[in-house]
Design a protein around this ligand. Structure first.
Ligand code: ZN
Length: 159
């Protein structure tokens, strides 16, 4: 019998390494630099809980703040959001960095946008590439049963 979840993950990975190759390569490079940080799988994405204070999503690789406490507890909200960026990577392929990566980086880092957000009272997630990432991410989480409303996390046994 074909395990649907495994198949989905395999397809997701294959697509990120081909159609989404530029950002996945960049993500792999970043992953190697942070290989000593904790990692885990999230619906096919490789997550790294790092010590920086913001998240980044590059193809198959997601980086989220680990938080100060032990054991590592990453924000489900951010995880879903960053996973949404990996879906954008699947949709946009080679155009991802240009249409999401660069604008998102600028929106996140440039003091100009920070001032603008404060002045207008607009949320960070109001930008179209951020809002859609959250939407995609929460849909994917619901489909996979990892929705934020669920308290218990089912762990699938390896067979
Ligand atoms: Zn984002």
């Amino acid at each position: 019998m074909v395990d649907k979840r495994k198949l989905k993950k395999a397809l997701y990975t294959a697509a990120q390494w081909t159609w989404g190759l530029p950002q996945t390569l960049a993500g792999a490079g970043l992953y190697l630099r942070h290989r000593k940080d904790p990692h885990f799988d999230y619906n096919g994405a490789k997550v790294t809980a790092w010590d920086r204070d913001s998240g980044v999503s590059l193809g198959k690789f997601i980086f989220v703040p680990a938080g100060k406490r032990e054991p590592v507890k990453v924000s489900d909200f951010l995880l879903e959001h960053e996973y949404g960026h990996t879906i954008q990577s699947l949709l946009l392929g080679p155009a991802y960095l240009l249409l999401v990566g660069i604008p998102s980086f600028a929106w996140n880092r440039l003091p100009y946008f920070d001032r603008k957000r404060k002045k207008t009272g607009k949320s960070y997630y109001s930008a179209v590439f951020e809002r859609t990432a959250s939407e995609f991410g929460s849909k994917a989480a619901k489909r996979s049963g990892k929705g934020r409303k669920k308290k218990k996390e089912k762990k699938k046994k390896k067979s």
